[in-house]
Design a protein around this ligand. Structure first.
Ligand SMILES: Nc1ncnc2c1ncn2[C@@H]1O[C@H](COP(=O)(O)OP(=O)(O)OP(=O)(O)O)[C@@H](O)[C@H]1O
Length: 293
């Protein structure tokens, strides 16, 4: 971990450049993403190739290709509307739920085609869990929030087994000590940061391979944010994590690889430290130094 440049503040004297609407910009037809490999190669878990996304007639993503490594955090950064969340949602087929959304290209998890029509999407979303911007616990007890997934996926063979999964998931989400005496109270009664950790425990409870996080700290105060970041850092020992964040400081603190999106294209991806200190692309440099965004 290291400190990213204090972008907007440090560059207060740099005139911000307004970002044109993606639809109004002529994009290069064959843009080549600039890629810098890790000094020590990591095992690839998710492989995406030429992924394009359309919302009705409007194209939101253009031929995005990226390899997501295991046991590491990959951060998606870029200005508002550049397609970060759209691409994140492609990784567990959440775009299937959006009317008029169409995805083309290939996405594989360990070589398995995630868009195979025969694939069980409910099972896929357990294997590739998601944590959203706003904590969204079910209106049920803390225990039930975590027990629900393992129960519907048949992961527990007995009541004791289920209890063990719940306790372990809450422990892994660094929440157990704070809630152990009130497991049967409603999850929505917790603080925002605790609710978000409950949602992480809920995702962990079904033994995911990948965890997607869409701006998981944007509704949280700095202390709750710090706890989630610490947790993400611990979780990467066992999970493949992808995080969308608006905060470049956060990307620098929690991720090992960073992907910079702009106007629906993946401009550059590489080791986080390199991306924040010596990016290869001028557009990446301009964004991380606060010239636009
Ligand atoms: N459900 C939708 N229907 C139509 N267009 C959409 C939909 N969701 C996103 N878009 C459009 O797709 C483009 C990419 O949006 P997306 O939300 O993926 O960007 P983002 O980089 O995550 O933005 P932000 O940082 O503001 O969340 C935008 O132009 C957006 O307006």
């Amino acid at each position: 971990m290291f400190n990213a440049p204090e972008t907007q503040k440090m560059n207060a004297n740099v005139a911000p450049v307004s970002i044109p609407d993606p639809a109004s910009v002529a994009l290069p037809k064959t843009f080549q993403t600039v890629r810098t490999p890790d000094p020590e190669p990591r095992q690839v878990r998710v492989h995406a190739k030429d992924v394009s996304v359309f919302y009705g007639p409007k194209q939101a993503l253009f031929d995005v290709s990226i390899d997501i490594p295991e046991k590491a955090v990959t951060a998606f950064i870029g200005p508002s509307g550049c397609g970060k969340s759209t691409f994140l949602r492609c990784l567990n087929r959440m775009n299937d739920t959006i009317e008029g959304a169409r995805v083309s290209g290939t996405i594989q998890l360990d070589g398995e085609d995630l868009y195979d029509p025969k694939l069980d999407v409910v099972e896929l979303r357990a294997r590739i869990g998601m944590v959203f911007q706003k904590p969204n616990p079910f209106p049920k007890t803390i225990f039930e929030n975590v027990a629900y997934g393992p129960r519907i996926h048949g992961l527990a063979t007995s009541k004791t087994d289920l209890e063990q999964i719940v306790v372990e998931s809450l422990q892994k989400a660094s929440l157990f000590n704070e809630v152990k005496d009130r497991l049967h109270e409603v999850g929505t009664g917790l603080s925002g940061g605790q609710q978000q950790r409950l949602c992480i425990a809920r995702a962990i409870a079904v033994s995911p391979e990948v965890i997607l996080m869409d701006e998981p700290c944007s509704a949280l105060d700095p202390i709750a944010t710090a706890k989630i970041e610490e947790l993400i850092d611990e979780l990467r020992a066992n999970y493949t994590i992808v995080i969308v964040t608006h905060s470049m400081q956060q990307a620098a603190r929690v991720s090992q690889r960073t992907a910079f999106f702009h106007l629906g294209i993946l401009v550059e991806e590489g080791p986080t430290e390199m991306m924040f200190t010596s990016p290869a692309e001028k557009r990446t440099q301009d964004y991380i130094t606060g010239r636009f965004g």
